[in-house]
Design a protein around this ligand. Structure first.
Ligand SMILES: NC(=O)c1ccc[n+]([C@@H]2O[C@H](COP(=O)([O-])OP(=O)(O)OC[C@H]3O[C@@H](n4cnc5c(N)ncnc54)[C@H](OP(=O)(O)O)[C@@H]3O)[C@@H](O)[C@H]2O)c1
Length: 291
């Protein structure tokens, strides 16, 4: 039973844990005794998440960071290092989806920045702590919708024909290309990288900036007991990949809920993975020759 795993003395960082699925996962990991650091933009909801972690028996802390700004991602990593000397599990869960194309102050299409570039950079900034804490894990929350995503490396900013679902699906495909490339590069180091689709959760906050028809459809879906899953149940797959001892060795895999799923054939395209890796390094200003 995965809820029996003891996480005492483990330090976990969960991005996007001020609400939705990430907050539920953070609470569950706190319930196993972990120290859980939660991030997001809302200080109020972050502090509420910390209170839940502590009520569950863990130690909680909140660090505010808006992933639209790569400087904030670096600031999060710096703040984390000042307080902790280990990182056992890094969970990339924060994500957004916007009806209209938005551009961050750094000049990046927002879903690309928040959903892909921020986790790419955060992993880069904290990888030495993960390695020093090995065995350690990187878990990314992706989505089945990655299968409809397409990556055009010549139009990463989606300057032509923006579509909200395409932008989101592209970012979730990027999560998986990053995960499989990271897993290959870290093979044998004791740090693993895996990804999970949590399930369709119509009443999470993800759809708040969606188009009117999508918001209406998800509001209806949230009221139908046989459609989608709850925020609590959607945390199962994340918690399993983060904590279950039977998943300690797996690397470069993709789960749908708690079941291992087939990899999209594009994830085996080493050239595509490397090109995205290098383009991401270039955008966030790091040497692509890492780790
Ligand atoms: N809901 C679904 O049906 C579904 C399906 C498949 C996959 N997923 C994935 O599950 C994960 C969690 O989504 P969710 O459904 O739980 O959505 P959610 O309720 O909207 O939670 C998203 C989290 O990300 C944070 N976040 C959003 N924008 C941010 C930014 N600019 N900077 C920093 N943090 C930011 C939010 O915190 P603040 O607002 O405090 O910043 C919140 O904590 C995402 O990766 C999503 O792609 C969801």
């Amino acid at each position: 039973m995965i809820d029996d795993e003891d996480m005492t003395n483990r330090v976990v960082l969960v991005t996007g844990a001020t609400g939705g699925i990430g907050r539920a996962a953070a609470r569950r990991l706190g319930g196993r005794g972990a120290t859980v650091v939660v991030t997001g933009r809302s200080r109020e909801r972050g502090q509420a998440a910390v209170a839940e972690i502590e009520q569950a028996g863990g130690e909680g802390a909140f660090v505010r960071a808006d992933f639209a700004a790569m400087a904030a991602v670096r600031g999060l990593a710096d703040a984390f290092r000042k307080r902790y000397d280990r990182l056992d599990v890094l969970i990339h869960n924060a994500a957004c989806s916007h009806d209209e194309r938005r551009v961050t102050d750094d000049g990046y299409e927002k879903a690309l920045a928040v959903n892909h570039l921020a986790p790419y950079l955060l992993t880069h900034e904290l990888l030495d702590l993960l390695r020093a804490s090995a065995p350690a894990r990187v878990v990314s929350t992706s989505s089945t919708v990655h299968r409809r995503g397409a990556i055009d490396l010549d139009d990463l900013q989606l300057e032509t024909d923006y579509d909200a679902l395409d932008a989101y699906a592209r970012s979730k495909l990027a999560n998986l290309l990053f995960t499989t490339e990271l897993a290959a590069r870290l093979d044998g180091t004791g740090v693993t990288a895996n990804a999970v689709h949590p399930g369709f959760v119509p009443d999470s906050g993800l759809y708040r900036d969606a188009s009117m028809p999508v918001r209406a459809a998800t509001a209806v879906a949230a009221r139908l007991p046989f459609v989608g899953t709850s925020v609590q149940d959607a945390a199962d797959g994340i918690v399993r990949l983060a904590a279950a001892s039977e998943e300690a060795e797996i690397n470069g895999t993709y789960f749908e809920g708690c079941e291992r799923a087939d990899l999209d054939s594009r994830l085996r395209d080493e050239r595509l993975r490397e090109r995205l890796w290098n383009a991401s390094a270039d955008l966030v200003g790091v040497d692509p020759a890492w780790p």
